[in-house]
Ligand binder design. Structure first.
Ligand code: NAP
Length: 428
């Protein structure tokens, strides 16, 4: 039987997941593809004698993988942008196929890395863990014009919003719980400030709309301003709060934005809870398709890494390998819509003094910017409260008008704290 010889860079969660999956399902993979996967080398910072390297030779220098003529495929599983980029570049230059799970490096350098040669670079695991969304965009939906992509693509945010909803806990309490359970990093900024989701949306937008990998073109907002009471008010209005990556083709151009959003409770995306990820793709022929599954974890991510490796296995010994669609140089620049120009309905929670006439002042400040009110929630304060929240759902209004109204509202003497604004997710 033919062999595909693998070199693994890194020996952390995903690399160990890959080794374990080859150990348990390698025979099945060989039956399916006619190719035996073998581990030629593993290179990482620290040796881990307890991990079975399946016969692979260990070294501390990831460049040893490139230098070894017996390595056919390199798996970049170290993360980060510096060494990972260097390794991918040198591997491709040496004619080695590369698989990476690294969304940061693809979001920042995708155009350059994919243009750098005839050798394929694959990255299914970089977006939404186990979900085969990249293959679906590149192949399953290849005959379609994509209209929109909506993703719950950060498990930490989704877990936190779910627990805040189910247990009514404050943001900080849920964050500590998520850290204790290993669902949030010790430094959670990347996840809760939206950067991780933005890396993934950069990739989805580039593939779905055949445009460049342009992280800087995205609007990015995390979930740090969401309070448990926002989740309760949203429920009263018929919504759940989800952290979404949205890429959407409109008459004005391509919207690419990551922020918390109100999703109608009746939508399938609203019922994706906990650490699960989901990506909804709307396209002209296939219509609405929803992909959901675990977005992280050693085994789930290894499943996606090995899906890419097996694509190489399937083509490795044929005479000619087709280039994957993502490296065919079809990227075009699509006009991106500036966040300021995007219209949304908005949820506003405005903390005010409990005094007569305050609602009239708020309504007048909104009206001055032509913002109409769709719904209002105003509850009696408890006897201990000196302030009360006015919660407003606006009609559709362009972002720049909401920003101007928020500035005016903040200057009112009766407004006594930060105003929370959450956009309603657009209908497709
Ligand atoms: N974990 C997930 O669920 C998941 C899901 C999707 C995608 N990913 C992506 O997969 C990649 C790997 O993630 P992971 O969770 O497996 O990370 P990890 O557990 O931190 O493992 C990273 C590995 O790379 C090694 N490493 C780091 N810097 C190195 C260097 N300069 N030279 C040699 N080795 C180095 C580390 O060595 P030490 O052992 O000494 O620390 C560690 O073994 C990342 O790009 C991540 O974004 C992860």
């Amino acid at each position: 039987m033919n062999k595909l010889r693998i070199g693994i860079a890194g020996l952390g969660t995903v690399a160990q997941g890959v080794l374990h999956l080859i150990a348990t399902n390698g025979d099945l993979m060989a039956k399916r593809t006619g190719v035996q996967l073998s581990i030629q080398r593993v290179a990482s910072r620290t040796t881990k004698p307890e991990v079975d390297l399946l016969g692979g030779v260990f070294s501390n220098n990831v460049h040893d993988l490139v230098a070894d003529p017996d390595v056919d495929v390199i798996l970049e599983l170290i993360g980060g942008e510096g060494l990972a980029k260097e390794l991918i570049e040198s591997a491709l230059a040496a004619g080695k196929r590369v698989v990476t799970a690294n969304k940061a490096v693809i979001a920042a350098h995708g155009d350059q890395l994919l243009a750098s040669g005839n050798v394929p670079l694959r990255f299914e695991a970089a977006v939404a863990g186990a979900i085969p969304i990249i293959q679906s965009l590149n192949q399953g939906l290849a005959a379609n014009r994509i209209e929109s992509i909506y993703g719950i693509i950060n498990g930490t945010c989704n877990y936190m919003l779910t627990v805040m909803e189910e247990e009514g806990l404050a943001f900080d309490q849920v964050l500590s719980q998520a850290q204790a359970l290993g669902y949030a990093e010790a430094d959670p900024a990347f996840d809760i400030e939206g950067v991780d989701a933005a890396h993934k949306l950069t990739i989805l937008a580039a593939l779905g709309f055949a445009t460049s990998y342009d992280f800087s073109a995205l609007y990015v907002e995390g979930i740090t301003q969401i309070a448990a009471e926002d989740i309760q008010y949203a429920q009263e209005l018929g919504f759940k709060i989800k952290h979404l990556g949205i890429a959407r083709n409109t008459d004005a151009g391509l919207e690419t934005r990551v922020h918390p959003a109100l999703v109608p409770t009746s939508e399938l995306l609203a019922s994706v809870n906990g650490v699960m990820n989901a990506v909804q793709v709307v396209s002209d022929a296939a219509g609405e398709t929803l992909f959901s599954g675990p977005g992280a974890g050693g085994a789930a991510t290894a499943s996606a890494v090995l899906a890419d490796v097996l694509t190489f296995a399937a083509t490795n010994f044929s005479e000619r390998e087709p280039s994957p669609p993502e490296s065919q140089g079809t990227a075009t620049q699509i006009q991106r819509v500036a966040m300021d120009a995007i219209p949304s309905a908005c949820y506003l929670r405005i903390p005010t003094l409990d005094q007569p006439g305050v609602f009239a002042q708020v309504a007048s400040a909104l009206s001055a910017h032509s913002i109409s009110i769709e719904a209002v929630i105003q509850k009696e304060p408890s006897s201990a409260d000196t302030s009360v929240s006015i919660v407003i759902l606006t009609d559709m209004v362009v972002e720049s008008a909401v920003n101007a109204a928020l500035k005016d509202l903040a200057e009112l003497a009766a407004v006594v704290g930060n105003i929370t604004r959450i956009r309603v997710a657009p209908t497709h």
